[in-house]
Design a protein around this ligand. Structure first.
Ligand SMILES: Cc1ncc(COP(=O)(O)O)c(C=O)c1O
Length: 420
C-alpha cells in the first residue's frame, strides 16, 4: 500500500517519458535496426555535442571542495556564474542570493509550486502547455493544474483570453493561486512579445496571482522575434502600480540551452524573502552534486565561450528547423513556424479520420505502432483542438529525414477516405 501522493505520481507517469523510453529501447539504425523506432518525441538537442564534448572531457582537477557538503540550494560559484549569465539575458542585475539551484528545472518547478500552493489550490496554465508541468507543478505539491485553452492561431498566449478564463474560474470558486507559462512556449516554440508578457503580468496581478515563468528555452531562440524575459525591465514596467514584483518567479536550466539534460540542473529565481527561504529549505531534497556544479561553474566562467556556444547553438537550431521544414513542405505537411525551442507544432488536422480526441489517438497509434515513429499528439499538451502533433527536430538530420518519410508514408496511407 502506498500513499495517495505516491499512487498519484505512479498513475500520472509523464506520457513523454513513457514514450521516450519505449522508443529508446529499440532505436532505429539505418543498417543495424532499420525497423526500430524513430524518436522525434523528446525535446533534446543533440546538435552541439561536438562542441561540448572536448569541453566536458577536458581534465579538471578535483579539489576537496568539490566533494564536500556545500549549500544545498547551490554553491556560491554556480549561483554567481548563473546570476552573471541571467543578468545579461534578462538585461537586469541578478543577485545570486535570489537563485536556488535544484536537480533540474523539474525540481525547481516542484519547489515553487510547493512553496506557493496549499493542497487543492490551482495553477492556471495557458494551453497547449508542456505536459511535464502536470507532474512538475502538481505531482507532489498537491496543487492542481487548470489548463486554460488558448483558442487563437496555434494556441498563442493571449492575456485577454486568460483574463476571461480567470474571471470564470473565480466565479466558479476555483482557488487559483498562480499562473504558469513556458516562455518561449513549448510545444509551439513561440517567443512571447513584450506586450504579451506585460499583459500576462497585468492580468495575474489583477487577479492577485503569482506568475511562474518557465524560461528553460531562453537562449534557444533563432527567429526574428527577440526573446524578452519576464524580468526584462521593458516587461516589468508593465506591472500595475502597487503590484508586488516578488510574486513573479522564473525557472531556467541547463537541459535545453546547453544541451545537458542528463546533468539535471535547474535554477529558480525568486526575490521575496519568505518564498526564497522556503525554496531553500525544499532544495534540501533535490540538490545537485557539488562536482556537477563545479563543472557548470567552470563552463559559465568562460563567458566568451558561452557567448559563442549559445550563438552557435541558435544557428544550428535555425538550420535544423529549416531542413525539417523543407522536408515537411515537400511532403505537404503543415506546421506553425517556430522561433525558438527544439520542436515543430505540426498541423495534422486534415489527416484525422474524425476531428475528435479519439481520431487523434487513432492517428497517434498508427504512427507509433505502425510506422514506429514517436511524435506526441496535442492531447498530451492539452491542445484545444485535435490534430496537432509535436515533432522534435534537434537531432541528427538523417533521423529527421527518416522520421518525416515515415510520417508522410503513414499519412498517405491514413488519409481519410482511403483504404489503409
Ligand atoms: C518547458 C520545460 N520545462 C522543464 C523541462 C524539464 O527540465 P529538466 O530536464 O531540467 O528537469 C522541460 C523538458 O522538456 C521543458 O520543456
Amino acid at each position: 500500500m502506498v500513499s495517495r501522493v505516491a499512487a498519484r505520481l505512479v498513475a500520472g507517469t509523464p506520457v513523454i517519458a513513457a514514450a521516450h523510453f519505449r522508443a529508446e529501447a529499440d532505436p532505429y539504425h539505418p543498417a543495424g535496426n532499420p525497423g526500430g523506432y524513430v524518436n522525434l518525441g523528446t525535446a533534446e538537442s543533440r546538435l552541439m555535442w561536438d562542441v561540448l564534448a572536448p569541453r566536458l572531457a577536458a581534465a579538471r582537477p578535483r579539489t576537496e571542495a568539490d566533494v564536500r557538503y556545500q549549500h544545498l540550494h547551490g554553491t556560491d560559484r554556480l549561483r554567481g556564474a548563473a546570476a552573471a549569465l541571467l543578468s545579461r539575458t534578462w538585461r537586469t542585475p541578478v543577485d545570486a542570493a535570489d537563485l536556488v539551484v535544484a536537480g533540474g528545472a523539474t525540481a525547481a518547478l516542484d519547489i515553487i509550486a510547493t512553496v506557493l500552493c496549499d493542497p487543492g489550490e490551482a495553477i492556471a496554465v495557458p494551453a497547449p502547455y508542456y505536459s511535464g508541468l502536470d507532474t512538475d507543478l502538481a505531482g507532489r505539491s498537491g496543487a492542481r493544474l487548470v489548463p486554460v485553452p488558448m483558442t487563437g492561431p496555434g494556441g498563442r498566449l493571449d492575456p485577454a483570453e486568460l483574463d476571461r478564463a480567470l474571471h470564470r474560474l473565480r466565479r466558479d470558486r476555483v482557488p487559483v493561486r498562480a499562473v504558469a507559462v513556458t516562455s518561449p512556449s513549448n510545444p509551439q516554440g513561440q517567443v512571447h512579445g513584450v506586450a504579451t508578457l506585460r499583459g500576462l503580468l497585468r492580468v495575474a496581478a489583477g487577479h492577485d496571482l503569482d506568475v511562474i515563468a518557465d524560461e528553460i528555452y531562453a537562449h534557444s531562440v533563432f527567429g526574428r522575434q527577440r526573446f524578452a524575459s519576464v524580468r526584462d525591465p521593458a516587461v516589468r514596467a508593465g506591472l500595475p502600480r502597487g503590484a508586488d514584483p516578488d510574486r513573479v518567479h522564473v525557472v531556467w536550466g541547463f537541459a535545453k540551452d546547453f544541451g545537458l539534460p542528463g546533468l539535471k540542473v535547474g535554477v529558480l529565481h525568486t526575490t521575496g524573502a519568505a518564498v526564497r527561504a522556503a525554496a531553500r529549505e525544499l532544495a534540501y531534497f533535490a540538490p545537485v552534486s557539488t562536482d556537477t556544479q563545479a563543472l557548470l561553474a567552470d563552463l559559465l566562467a568562460d563567458t566568451a565561450w558561452v557567448r559563442r556556444f549559445l550563438a552557435g547553438s541558435a544557428g544550428r537550431l535555425a538550420a535544423s528547423v529549416r531542413a525539417a521544414g523543407d522536408l515537411l513542405d515537400r511532403a505537404g505537411i503543415g506546421y506553425l513556424p517556430p522561433s525558438a525551442g527544439f520542436s515543430l507544432w505540426l498541423d495534422l488536422r486534415a489527416h484525422l479520420a474524425e476531428p475528435t480526441e479519439g481520431g487523434e489517438r487513432l492517428l497517434w497509434e498508427r504512427l507509433f505502432t505502425g510506422a514506429r515513429l514517436n511524435i506526441l499528439p496535442g492531447a498530451v499538451f492539452g491542445a484545444s483542438e485535435p490534430g496537432w502533433f509535436r515533432l522534435c527536430h534537434a537531432v541528427d538530420a538523417a533521423l529527421v529525414r527518416e522520421g518525416v518519410a515515415r510520417l508522410a508514408g503513414a499519412l498517405g496511407a491514413a488519409r481519410p477516405g482511403r483504404a489503409a
